[in-house]
Design a protein around this ligand. Sequence first.
Ligand SMILES: [Zn+2]
Ligand SMILES: [Zn+2]
Length: 330
Amino acid sequence: MRAMVFTAPGQPLEYRDLPVPTPQPEEVLIRVEACAVCRTDLHIIDGELPAPNLPLIPGHQIVGTIERLGARVTRWTVGQRVGVPWLGWTCGECRFCRDGRENLCDQAQFTGYTRPGGFAEYTIADQRFCFALPTDYDATAVAPLLCAGLIGYRALRLAGTGERLGIYGFGAAAHLMTQVARWQGREVFAFTRPGDTEGQRFARELGAVWAGSSTELPPVPLDAAIIFAPVGDLVPYALRAVEKGGVVVCGGIHMSQIPAFAYELLWGERVLRSVANLTREDGEAFLQLAPQIPVRTTVQIFPLTELNTALNALRQGKLQGAAVIQISQG
Ligand SMILES: [Zn+2]
Ligand SMILES: [Zn+2]
């Protein structure tokens, strides 16, 4: 099979021919149709996350068709379309798994990081960690829901139910969560890199009531803010923008250093927290909700051989919405 392979930090991914993997008893073999690109893929290939399983096929927003079943697979049949998210395996036994926080599992494995990912013609996944997908979307349109959507939705839930929501970093997750928040009856305030007027226009098109630079204060105090950009400098700005009792959620897996700030910014029962990974419950809830709203994805499609181009576009903030690698036609 053709695959894009990560061999060392800072190197472009290599286009290679590899054997098609064989599913273990609890796994399915999937013929990949599309796999969306995530900021986390950049953190992995830049060496910002420890101990990737090298050589590695990244990619954790996989849409494909089941081609073969492992000996003990009962949940799926050959020919079904499934989605494979970031959370690829959990132990089911640790204290986090037992009390509904499998996203924090001590032994969790992650797709496209410690398990094989989807930037290839085929991949394998544990049967328990595949999702049935809404039928309203084609493969390239639904792929960004699998991380930008799922983890974005977990971040939105953790931000509480306040009416005025700020979103810092207007990329793939933000363009989806703006639609969800609007449907929930909230007002969205979008913060982009200073000078990114295109990004601000895109945010307004999607229904943000205000869009401006991340260094500006919004016209009114916010109830909550989500920071999707991996930029620690944004934390004091977001704390300054939220009202007393407000919540600031850091939505990324990696962030640059957070600068020291005056206690006064946290005072007034403001809360600063992160969101880590996802649970299968998050995934099922969001995949059921998305077609009802309906959440529309804005995508830029690239062939597998252009994955490095797509990653560079994401790095430079040149994408609107999500980059998706199209690998085969359903
Ligand atoms: Zn566990
Ligand atoms: Zn992701």
